[in-house]
Every structure is written in C-alpha cells, then in structure tokens.
Write a protein that binds this ligand. Sequence first.
Ligand SMILES: [Zn+2]
Length: 277
Amino acid sequence: MNLMIFILMISINVFANTPISKEMTIRPGDVRWLELELTGNDIKLYCKNNPIKVNKENNKLQAAIVETYFSDLTPFTCEFKERDQVLASILFKVEKRVFLEEKLKVNPKTIKLSPKDQERADKEQVILNKIYASSFSNILFNGSFRGPMNSTVTSVYGTRRVYNGQKKGQHLGIDYRAAVGEKVPTTNSGRVVFSGDLFYTGWTVIIDHGLDIFSVYGHLSKTLVQTGQLVERGELIGLSGNTGRTSGPHLHWGVKVQGHYIDGFVLIDETKKYFNE
Ligand SMILES: [Zn+2]
C-alpha cells in the first residue's frame, strides 16, 4: 500500500473517532433543543446517565434537554453513544435563576385535604404517572410551540407561592387571564392522552407531543376532545373555567418534559429557533 494513502486512512480514522465536544448553558426550569448530525445505526442519548428519547431523521438527531426547577446548579453531561463509544459529549453549565413570590387565597379544602380528597388525589397521581411514562418515541408536533392565549399572563413559571398565608409551594406553569368559557387551543400538534376532571387542576386536557414532551391545560369549564384523539396545532381543545384548586377563573398552561415541569415560554423560544413558526 502506498504510504501516503496509509497515513491518510489512519488520520481519517482518528478524526472519525474524535467525539464532538460542546458546552451549553441551562437554568432551572429550562429546556434546550439539541440538534446534531451523527452517523450510526444505534445511537442513544444519556443525560446524567439517564436515557433520553431522540428523534431521528436520517443523520439528524433531535432531543429536548431539561433541568429541574429544584436544581442544585451542579453541571451535568449529555452523551450520544453508540454501544460504548461516545460520539458527542455536551457539558451543561447550570446558571442561577431568581423566581418571584406571590400570595394566594384558595379554598381551604384544597390545602388541608380530607381523607376522601387525599385518596382521590393519590389515585389520580397514579394514573397521571402512567400517562407521563408512555410518551411517543418520536416528534408528534409540527413547527414551534405557541402560547395558548393572547391574554395577560397573571402568574409566570416558577413563582414561589404562599397559599392562605400558610402552605408554601411553587407555580410550575403559566397562568393566563381568562373568563369562564373562552376558547383554549392546543399549543402544538400531538395526541390527547387525558381529558377529564382532576382534583387539583379541575377539568384538564393533557397532550403528548412525543419525546416525553407534554402540555397541560387546567381549570377548564369544559373539555372538547377525547383521549386518543390527534390534534393539530391551534385546534380548540376546551373552554377556560374555574374548576379545581383556583382563586378565580383562568387558564393554567403547564409543560412537562421528561417528568419535570418546565417553563413553557422557554419551550416556545427554543422551538422557534429550530422549527418553522
Ligand atoms: Zn397555574
């Protein structure tokens, strides 16, 4: 073999085996959209050593990366691997984020639960956990996410809350001003995985957008879709209301990704960078 070709082959091989290395930032409650071109038949993604669903289109790999609201700001790594070989490694530095505080008055029965209500809430949690564990393994959405309403936002994601001057919590969704009976569209395409009445969020619709990305619409007066139904972005799914634990009529919009409630506004911004409007 020609020496030059031999050297060239070695250098190509060394190059092919050099993993991609990147650094990104994320904040508690954020989602980052990740897109990479990688060749391989069996590429898997792990973040903090947990498997993450990946959408594959030819050599383009797409995934949502999240950091929990309850983050201790420790940096973490996501790795694309094929068997034991690391093809790409992304270090996420976690930046601090300050959240607001607000005081709310709600029905005391939704703070100190009766044994019957507690039993109901617990049962519903089991059902919800099953739903959140069964997301479609590819993208079900079309284009970027959109806010569900054009009205005033009355409570942003992550607000620290004090209910009735005693119970503390955090608001891990976005509240929109809405009277009873206003139209609520879905923020993106997907499959309806829940449509019914829940103790905390009242009449609720949950949509699976694939890749462990779910959107939740709560306190509705009425749901207008059935479980299992496919919906297009912007399609009417319910009417706003005042059901469940509320301090007045409004729409609660939640986004759950890989088991963590994240900031829906960040999901809108991130998907706008990579998808058509
Ligand atoms: Zn809310």
